[in-house]
Write a new protein. Structure first.
Length: 155
């Protein structure tokens, strides 16, 4: 196979202006990495934060309960249409790129075992919370399934 690719590249170089199919053959031999698969979500699919409520004042740790409608809960690794797992966005001003796997960091918590709640330690002061659902490959759906952002205050 390697020899065939080298020969193909040499022939394409020699005949470059004569045959435009060479570049297509080389692209097939050396494919570029595909962008992550965006799995479809159904119209009306939604996620939301059940608890705490927007504007609530509380103490840390905070129990956050997740809810969904019109879409199925699935563990990480299970990539199928209209299913996914939760990601909790904490104190993010802008959403991460929606055409890539969500980052793993202190502001994007992954719940790949299909968990429906968590307890998070937050420092005193205001904090924002938002949910986004992603398929088993951690890439948000198309269209994305995102909750409203809520603000809570920690004493």
């Amino acid at each position: 196979m390697k020899t065939q690719i080298i020969v193909l590249a040499a022939l394409c170089t020699i005949t470059m202006g004569l045959n435009t199919s060479c570049s297509k053959k080389l692209q097939t031999a050396f494919p570029t990495p595909a962008s992550p698969l965006r799995v479809a979500s159904h119209p009306g699919a939604k996620v939301f934060i059940v608890e705490p409520k927007n504007g609530q004042t509380m103490t840390s740790p905070v129990t956050v309960k997740f809810g969904m409608e019109g879409i199925e809960l699935a563990k990480a690794g299970e990539v199928k249409e209209n299913s996914g797992h939760y990601h909790l966005l904490i104190d993010l001003e802008t959403l991460p790129p929606l055409d890539q796997a969500l980052p793993f960091n202190d502001h994007v918590l992954h719940f790949g075992q299909a968990q429906t709640e968590t307890a998070v330690q937050l420092s005193p002061g205001p904090h924002t919370l938002q949910l986004i659902l992603a398929a088993g490959n951690h890439v948000p759906h198309n269209p994305p399934v995102i909750s409203e952002k809520i603000t809570i205050n920690i004493q």
